[in-house]
Design a protein around this ligand. Structure first.
Ligand code: SF4
Ligand code: SF4
Length: 80
């Protein structure tokens, strides 16, 4: 069974880079297409974008593992 994680989002650290969305859409739709991602970044040009997850998110944690800016963390893994 796939591991499942609670993901903690810290919008203050989010740069709006969309890497998380590219990862998710490539994993589950085989496309680099943010609109098909299960993590949703709103107002990405603002200082603190809004980070949401759709109902289809399975909590695989790959978006968090690939966020380079510390805006997504897996619960229990170095949350500060
Ligand atoms: S959550 Fe991380 S990977 Fe996603 S847009 Fe923000 S900084 Fe980029
Ligand atoms: S936890 Fe997995 S399914 Fe959910 S948004 Fe992140 S990459 Fe997509």
């Amino acid at each position: 069974m796939m591991e499942s994680f609670k993901i903690i989002a810290d919008p203050k650290k989010c740069t709006g880079c969309r890497i998380c969305q590219f990862i998710c859409s490539s994993l589950y739709h085989h496309e680099f297409n943010p609109s098909k991602s299960y993590i949703i970044i709103l107002d990405e040009y603002e200082l603190s974008p809004t980070i949401q997850f759709s109902d289809k998110c399975n909590h695989c944690g790959q978006c968090a593992r690939n966020c380079l800016y510390g805006a997504l963390k897996l619960e229990g893994e170095g949350i500060s």
